[in-house]
Design a protein around this ligand. Structure first.
Ligand SMILES: N[C@@H](CCC(=O)N[C@@H](CS)C(=O)NCC(=O)O)C(=O)O
Length: 208
């Protein structure tokens, strides 16, 4: 498998899942601004939409879109705990969470990652939307659950963690939502998460 990524971007979720499941993979960094891979190849010939992640299978088949990539990896390499069986309520909950992260939470960060810095008014508007969505995460975690599905780690946690972790890059203090702050710091301490982040140069590599 081959993962196309940008350090710290949403593609980190797939790297976390591949690392958690000990799936061998190669990774190539993409500059989404120039549309070139680290080797100078045209990334749009892999994902015509130009954004990361893209997962390329052994036979050259390309999968894009985080929820599809994460579920594919877990279906092929995970156990039923990480990826509940199709038709179960837990599987519906997993879809619910992946779709929420993808279409609501992830997109609430989009204004911060545009071509130019936000004006004060735009910043306040973006922060109001983002705060509402992080509040939704806080409500989901309010019963004390450790993970999206309860006490069982799933691929939705990898994606949720990666997106929530952007809060510190945009200067949003998560201490307003103590359960969310606890969730992020607990996820950040998982060995696979640490390794994946170190492999993208986001944190120091652990001493061997
Ligand atoms: N719907 C896509 C969104 C992917 C996405 O937003 N990727 C961002 C990084 S988190 C990106 O590559 N942005 C660069 C660009 O759009 O040019 C998915 O879920 O995979």
């Amino acid at each position: 498998m081959h993962l196309y990524f940008k350090p710290g971007a949403c593609s980190l979720a797939a790297r976390i899942v591949l690392t958690e499941l000990n799936v061998p993979f190669e990774a190539t960094q993409v500059d989404t601004k120039t549309g070139l891979t680290a080797a100078g190849a045209d990334y749009r010939s892999i994902n015509p939409r130009g954004y990361v992640p893209a997962l390329v299978l052994q036979d050259g088949t390309v999968i894009t879109e985080n929820p599809a990539i994460l579920q594919y990896i877990a279906d092929r390499h995970g156990d039923e705990a990480q990826q509940p069986a199709a038709g179960t309520l837990d599987r519906a909950r997993l879809h619910e969470a992946l779709n929420f992260v993808s279409s609501e939470l992830h997109k609430a960060f989009s204004p911060y990652f545009g071509e130019r810095p936000l004006s004060q008014t735009e910043k306040e508007a973006a922060e109001a939307v983002l705060a509402r969505r992080i509040g939704d995460v806080a409500s989901m975690l309010a019963d004390g659950r450790s993970f999206v599905l309860g006490e069982t780690y799933s691929v939705a946690d990898a994606y949720l963690f990666v997106v929530l972790n952007w809060a510190r890059f945009v200067g949003l203090d998560l201490s307003r939502w103590p359960q969310v702050e606890r969730y992020v710091s607990s996820m950040a301490s998982r060995p696979a998460v640490r390794k994946a982040m170190a492999d993208e140069g986001l944190i120091e590599k652990a001493a061997a």
